[in-house]
Structure formats: structure tokens, C-alpha cells
Design a protein around this ligand. Structure first.
Ligand code: GLY
Length: 370
């Protein structure tokens, strides 16, 4: 086990993120390369919720008003995308609005944020294909695609059913989760990125490698999304099939970790020589493993909690930017899309978000947005 002082890290994160607020200005960050400067993406881009989200989580832990005021208007900013860029939004409105409108509503009881969150929920529910029983991924001509990542967006639908009392959102989330469980998780707990269906008949056609190495490989961030997404689906439904699925993927993930607990970008590479790690997969999985640790009986919990702590301790010790105050990222060595040679060995805002979220959980954060 690595040594790890979770209270100290939380304090260091508050200092780091306060500085990031000044560095970031109004940017909507996605990637910071070796210069340590985050880019500024259009608000419709899928990662636009993570920066405000990490501000909200840290505000919730610290009551630091500077963080709250930097997070405050992002839900209204992103809402404009529904009228100004409707064709650029897709299944990832979950990530975008859970971490802006929903978390703001939960923390501040803001009525306007409730409305924005529901607008996003209605949009996500509208992407459901009732014949194939899946939520459609992305836009363009791939009308029959569903992806493993979208398990995380289901929390928006569970939330919408909770706040409205209307079970239809939850029905859609459950039917989508069942489809992904049937076609997307293999016997050994590995997962693949993309599932292709005939959008007219709903028939399953094939698995596609996507951001993973191949159709039969095991993209590590895909596994992380599945661990966390199926654990959430169990928490929202009480159906133990989902917890079993989350555990199966978690066992495969933990078994595939190298010595320093941070995975390579895919678990199935013929050689790992010169292959990049993906710290974002590590951070997402750590936060998901902490969920499983809470959901299983106490005599099972340690396996998941220890794995999460080892991952977080290694990220802190080996992949942080603590001694680089000008670096706008928190973690380095994330991998965005290796097969497309895109965003390799970079800081990724979602890696930073899930790292903070997991550290907050270790420090007793009880609110659940996903
Ligand atoms: N949801 C896209 C990704 O994980 O890269």
C-alpha cells in the first residue's frame, strides 16, 4: 500500500483549484498538453461540465466562496446550447448537466437549476431507441450506436424520476443498462467501447473497438465508466444484477493494473512498451470502486476500498502537478483517444474531476451526483 494523507491532499487541492480559478478565467477546459495550459472548448462539447463540477464538489467540502462563485453561472451558460447549438449536443448531456444544474440544485436548492436539469433529462430521454432498447450515442449517420460511457449519463434520468415522481426516465435508464449488460460486458468482466445495432429492427450487429485497441480488446476508461455506471444503477434500483456486473468489471480492472496501480490505456496490448497510461481511467475507476465498497456487505468492502486508495495514492505521488504552480491540470498522463492519436500524455479535465470527487469521498463527502 502507498502512504496517503487524504486530509492533506484535500487542502492541497483547495489551494491548487483556487489558483486554477485565476488561471482558467471563463475557459471551458478539456485538455492541457505539455505546456500545462488548458484549452477552451465550445460549451456544447461533452466535457463542459467537469470544470464547474469539480468547483462545486470542492465548494461542498470547503465552503470556499471563490469556488462557488466561479461555478455559479455554468448551468445557465450550458443551457444556451439547447437553443444555440442543439445539433451539437448528444448523450453526454448527463455529464454536462449533472455537474452544473443538478449539483447546483442539490446544494443551493435553486429552482431555475431544477428546470435546466429537467430540460437536459427530457433531451436525454428523447434519444432512447425503444426497439433496440438503448440510448443513442453521438450524432451523424451512426444512428444505431450505443457506448459503454453512457452508463454514467443514466444518473441524470434516475435524478429526473426522483424529482418529478415520473418513472419513465428511470424505465429508460434500466432498459438501456440491461442492453449494455447483455451485449457490452464479457464473461471475464472486460468491456468494449461501442455496440452497433440496427436502429430499425433493434437487432445487435457487432462490437466496435472505438477508443479501445480493437473490438475484442479492453479499453481501460471504458471499464472505469462501466464500474461506476453499473454501481450507480444498482444504487438507484436495488437490483443486484447491476452490482454483480460492476463487481465483475472491477475484478477485471484491478487484476489488470500494473505495479503502480495506474492502467495503460487498454488492458489488451501485446506489449506495454512505449504505451501510454491513462490517469483518467484510474481516477474514474477509483471513484467507482469507492461506490462499490459502500454498496457491498462490509466483509467484502476492503478489496474495493484498498484498490481505490492505492490508485489515488499513486496518482497523488506519481502523476500530480503539485510542484508546478503554473500547470493548469491536476493529473498528467491521461490518454484521450489513442487509436486516433489524439490527446495522448495530457491532462484531461475529467481525470481531474474524478480525482477530486474520489478524494472528497475519502474525506467523507456524502452527496452523490452520479
Ligand atoms: N466519453 C468519452 C471518453 O471517455 O473519452
Amino acid at each position: 500500500m502507498y502512504k496517503f494523507n487524504q486530509q492533506e491532499i484535500l487542502k492541497k487541492l483547495e489551494v491548487k483549484v483556487e489558483r486554477m480559478v485565476d488561471q482558467m478565467g471563463n475557459k471551458s477546459p478539456h485538455v492541457a498538453g505539455s505546456d500545462g495550459v488548458y484549452d477552451d472548448m465550445p460549451h456544447a462539447w461533452w466535457t463542459s461540465g467537469f470544470w464547474p463540477g469539480l468547483l462545486w464538489v470542492l465548494y461542498d467540502m470547503t465552503d470556499n466562496e471563490k469556488l462557488k462563485s466561479a461555478a455559479m453561472n455554468w448551468d445557465e451558460e450550458l443551457q444556451k446550447c439547447f437553443s444555440e447549438h442543439p445539433n451539437e449536443l448528444y448523450h453526454d448531456v448527463g455529464f454536462q448537466f449533472l455537474l452544473t444544474a443538478v449539483i447546483k440544485h442539490e446544494i443551493l436548492e435553486s429552482e431555475s437549476s431544477l428546470g435546466i436539469g429537467l430540460e437536459a433529462s427530457n433531451y436525454l430521454a428523447g434519444r432512447y431507441n425503444p426497439v433496440g432498447k438503448f440510448i443513442r450515442a453521438w450524432n451523424g449517420d451512426k444512428i444505431g450506436w450505443a457506448i459503454i460511457d453512457c452508463m454514467m449519463n443514466l444518473s441524470l434520468l434516475f435524478w429526473a424520476s426522483n424529482v418529478t415522481g415520473d418513472p419513465r426516465y428511470k424505465h429508460i435508464a434500466i432498459l438501456h443498462a440491461d442492453t449494455i449488460m447483455k451485449h457490452g460486458i464479457r464473461e471475464d468482466g472486460s468491456v468494449c467501447h461501442i455496440l452497433s445495432f440496427d436502429p430499425v429492427t433493434g437487432d445487435f450487429i457487432e462490437s466496435i473497438g472505438g477508443q479501445g485497441n480493437a473490438p475484442d480488446s479492453a479499453w481501460s476508461r471504458g471499464s472505469a465508466w462501466a464500474i461506476y455506471g453499473f454501481a450507480n444503477t444498482y444504487r438507484h434500483t436495488g437490483d443486484s444484477r447491476y452490482l454483480s456486473a460492476a463487481k465483475r468489471v472491477a475484478h477485471h480492472f484491478i487484476a489488470g493494473l500494473p505495479e503502480d496501480f495506474v492502467p495503460y490505456w487498454d488492458f489488451r496490448l501485446t506489449s506495454t512498451e512505449n504505451e501510454p497510461r491513462d490517469t483518467s481511467a484510474a481516477a474514474i475507476a477509483a471513484s467507482g470502486l469507492l461506490e462499490i465498497a459502500e454498496l457491498v456487505p462490509s466483509n467484502e468492502s476492503r478489496l474495493y476500498a484498498d484498490a481505490a486508495t492505492n490508485i489515488l495514492a499513486s496518482l497523488t505521488e506519481n502523476y500530480g502537478t503539485w510542484d508546478q504552480p503554473d500547470h493548469q491540470g491536476i493529473l498528467v498522463e491521461g490518454t484521450g483517444h489513442k487509436p486516433a492519436n489524439d490527446n495522448i500524455n495530457v491532462s484531461l479535465i475529467y481525470g481531474d474531476y474524478y480525482y477530486i470527487e474520489a478524494i472528497a469521498k475519502l474525506n467523507g463527502w456524502e452527496r452523490r451526483i452520479f
